[in-house]
Design a binder for this molecule. Structure first.
Ligand code: AMP
Ligand code: MN
Ligand code: MN
Ligand code: MN
Length: 289
C-alpha cells in the first residue's frame, strides 16, 4: 500500500497521464483487456483503471498486460444503481477484486442484467427484429451484456445506421424495447466498494441531466454514505462542464477524478487518456489510492 502510494505520488510529480474510467470486452468495450492496456501504453498512460460495467472479469488479463507494458493498473468497476428511479453509475476504484461482499453484489447485478437481456430481446422481437435472442446468447458466453450490445446488433443487422439511432428508436427510455430496471441501491454499492477497500466516485455527473436541486440531493447522500470522488473531467467534457463539476467537487468536498469512459477506437471523439487537465485547486482522486 505504502509502495503504491509512493509510486503514485512520484508519477504525479512527473505529470503522469492517467485515465480512471474505461471499458473492455468484459462489458461493452470493443477491445480485449490486453488490447486496451496496449493502447493505453501507446497513449503514454502510466496509471489506468479498468472499470467495466458490473464485472471484474477483465481485471486479471488487464493486470498481466499492465505488467508487460510497464504501466500501473488500478482495479476498478462501474456499478449500476437505481437512485430515486434514475439509473446512475458509481465507479469503484482501487478495489480488491477478491472481496466476497463485492463479488456477491456483482453477482446480484449480473443476475438482473441476465433477466433484462431476455426482456429486451422479447420486446425487440415483438417489434419485428429477428435473431436477437440467439445473438445475445452467443455474446453472453464471453461478455456481460449491456444495451450497447443490443445497439451494435441493431446496427450490424441494418435496422439502424448507428448506435445513437438504436437508442433513439428502440433502447432509450420510453422507447419500444426499453425495460425499466431496478439495479442496486446507492447504499448497497457504496457498501460493496468500501468492503472491498475501494473508493467510490460518481461517474459522469452531467449525463443524468439532473436539476441543481436533484444533484445536490444526490451529492449530499453520496457524501453521507462515504463517497470520495466525482468525475470532473469526463469523455467529451468542455471547459464549462469541467467548471460545473469542479464546483460540485469543492462544494461537497469531493476529490476529483478523470476518466474518458472510452469504449471503442471506432469513436474518434473519445480516446484513452486524452483528457483535459484537472483544475489545480482540486484534490486529485489518486491521493486516496
Ligand atoms: P446499460 O447499463 O445496459 O443500460 O447500458 C448502458 C450503456 O449503453 C452505457 O454504458 C453506454 O455505453 C451505452 N449508452 C447508453 N445510452 C446511450 C446512448 N444514448 N447512445 C449510445 N450509447 C449509449
Ligand atoms: Mn458502457
Ligand atoms: Mn456510465
Ligand atoms: Mn462507463
Amino acid at each position: 500500500m505504502d509502495c503504491m502510494q509512493n509510486f503514485i505520488s512520484n508519477i504525479n510529480k512527473m505529470t503522469a497521464k492517467y485515465d480512471f474510467h474505461c471499458h473492455s470486452t468484459a462489458s461493452d468495450g470493443s477491445l480485449s483487456p490486453a488490447e486496451l492496456i496496449q493502447r493505453a501504453a501507446q497513449q503514454q498512460i502510466t496509471l489506468i483503471a479498468l472499470t467495466d460495467h458490473d464485472t471484474i472479469s477483465g481485471l486479471v488479463l488487464a493486470q498481466q498486460a499492465a505488467l508487460e507494458n510497464n504501466l500501473t493498473l488500478i482495479n476498478g468497476i462501474e456499478l449500476s444503481v437505481t437512485w430515486h428511479k434514475h439509473a446512475i453509475h458509481i465507479v469503484g476504484l482501487n478495489i480488491q477484486p477478491n472481496s466476497d461482499i463485492l463479488m456477491t453484489g456483482i453477482a446480484q447485478l449480473q443476475h438482473i442484467r441476465h433477466q433484462r437481456v431476455s426482456k429486451i430481446a422479447e420486446k425487440l422481437e415483438k417489434n419485428h427484429i429477428v435473431g436477437v435472442y440467439q445473438a445475445m446468447a452467443i455474446l453472453g458466453e464471453k461478455t456481460l451484456i449491456t444495451r450497447s450490445h443490443f445497439a451494435r446488433f441493431l446496427v450490424s443487422e441494418g435496422y439502424v445506421q448507428n448506435e445513437q439511432q438504436a437508442f433513439d428508436h428502440y433502447l432509450g427510455q420510453g422507447k419500444c424495447a426499453y425495460v425499466a430496471t431496478e439495479w442496486a441501491t446507492l447504499a448497497e454499492v457504496m457498501d460493496w466498494i468500501h468492503q472491498a477497500g475501494g473508493v467510490a466516485v460518481l461517474a459522469h455527473p452531467l449525463r443524468y441531466h439532473f436539476s441543481a436541486t436533484l444533484m445536490r440531493r444526490l451529492l449530499t447522500e453520496f457524501k453521507n454514505l462515504g463517497g470520495v470522488g466525482i468525475e470532473v473531467v469526463s469523455g467529451r467534457y468542455q471547459i464549462d462542464d469541467i467548471r460545473r463539476c469542479a464546483e460540485y467537487a469543492q462544494k461537497f468536498n469531493l476529490a476529483a477524478s478523470v476518466g474518458s469512459d472510452f469504449h471503442t477506437p471506432a469513436n474518434p471523439w473519445i480516446e484513452l487518456g486524452r483528457l483535459a487537465a484537472l483544475p489545480t485547486e482540486l484534490t486529485p482522486i489518486w491521493t486516496y489510492f
